[in-house]
Design a protein around this ligand. Structure first.
Ligand code: CDT
Length: 333
């Protein structure tokens, strides 16, 4: 029995530092309107959906910084974010939305939530585990910073797979979903943690800088164009290979384009199937809906043969993975 879902990435083009929040929200809603007209059931927005990717900036005023954060409990009620959720509810479309989360205790997390139209509320939350970049800005004034380690705490919720009701007929079983945020997609442990819970579709919002030797550690000099091609290649490589190795569909949604006329972010939002093939991909670096109809039964092929975890995984050989972070080389002979 096929288990077919119509899904989409809502790719979002440039959003400047001083962009008007209401205008950005209107763009997000326009993508939702388009998704409704194409009968999409599940729509994924990028990391930190409502604003520019602010961790590239150093804020000295806490009120300036806090303007980019939302309090968790206010997300679906605050006038600057709630209209997206209520419109999704009216359309009957599930949405995944990223935001900078401020907790009661004052902690910051890079978070996303899954809003279920069938349930009428947020049914799952994920906090980004792998925070790239630095605490302090680079000394080079020309460097692109990524101050996520300054503004956020590593996610403390693990990788919680969940079922989303109302998307498929009850008899075919609710899909098992999982969420990752940007840099997490480069870590196979994150994908495998979801795959071990039977996840059938992973949802990944991102903001990926096209050219930043300070962050990427590129050894050979590259033009902006070459660097962007390389960043796009790596983004696609990790999505395709991890989808294949975990027999899971994945959707990635980019915030992309030229923020403030100078910060270049890659596009490349894509829907990948469990055999690692591209099903649909963005053609622009602007606001764009990337849509596909997917059959979750396609996860079975890998799951029941090559990557049948129960039959083939050898956990007695994997101890190092859960016990060690940095590299420990063998001793010299
Ligand atoms: N937002 C985010 O996590 N971006 C990172 C940039 C890399 S910093 C080395 C990414 O992995 O795409």
């Amino acid at each position: 029995m096929p288990r077919i879902l119509k899904v989409a990435a809502a790719q979002v083009g440039a959003v400047d530092r001083d962009a008007d929040r209401a205008e950005t929200l209107a763009r997000l809603i326009a993508l939702l309107d388009q998704a409704a007209s194409e009968k999409v059931q599940l729509l994924l927005y990028p990391e930190v959906t409502f604003t520019t990717f602010f961790p590239r900036h150093l804020f000295t005023s806490s009120s300036d910084l806090n303007a980019y954060f939302e309090h968790n409990d206010d997300l679906t009620t605050s006038p600057s974010t709630a209209p997206l959720f209520s419109k999704a509810q009216n359309y009957g479309i599930d949405i995944v939305v990223g935001f900078a989360e401020r907790t009661d205790e004052g902690k910051g997390y890079n978070t996303c939530v899954y809003y279920s139209a069938a349930v009428g509320k947020v049914i799952n939350k994920y906090r980004k585990v792998h925070l790239p970049g630095t605490v302090e800005p680079f000394e080079d004034p020309e460097a692109v910073n990524q101050l996520e380690k300054r503004y956020f705490t590593p996610g403390d919720l693990g990788f919680p797979a969940f079922r989303a009701p109302g998307l498929l007929p009850t008899s075919s079983g609710d899909p098992v979903l999982g969420m990752l945020i940007c840099n997490d997609r480069r870590w196979p442990e994150a994908w495998r943690s979801y795959a071990l819970q039977g996840a059938e579709l992973l949802l990944i919002g991102y903001n990926t800088v096209a050219h930043s030797p300070h962050l990427w550690g590129t050894t050979k000099p590259m033009t902006e164009e070459e660097a962007e091609k390389e960043a796009l290649f790596h983004s696609r490589l990790v999505q395709q290979s991890n989808s294949y190795m975990n027999s899971v569909f994945s959707i990635s949604s980019a915030r992309c384009g030229l923020d403030d006329g100078k910060y270049n972010l890659i596009g490349g939002s894509a829907i990948i199937n469990p055999e690692g093939h591209v099903v649909a991909e963005a053609k622009t670096k602007d606001d764009e809906l990337v849509v596909a109809e997917i059959d979750l039964e396609e996860c079975r092929q890998g799951r029941e043969k090559t990557f049948d975890f129960g039959r083939h995984r050898r956990i007695e050989a994997y101890g190092r993975i859960g016990a060690q972070t940095g590299v420990v080389e063998p001793e010299l002979l």
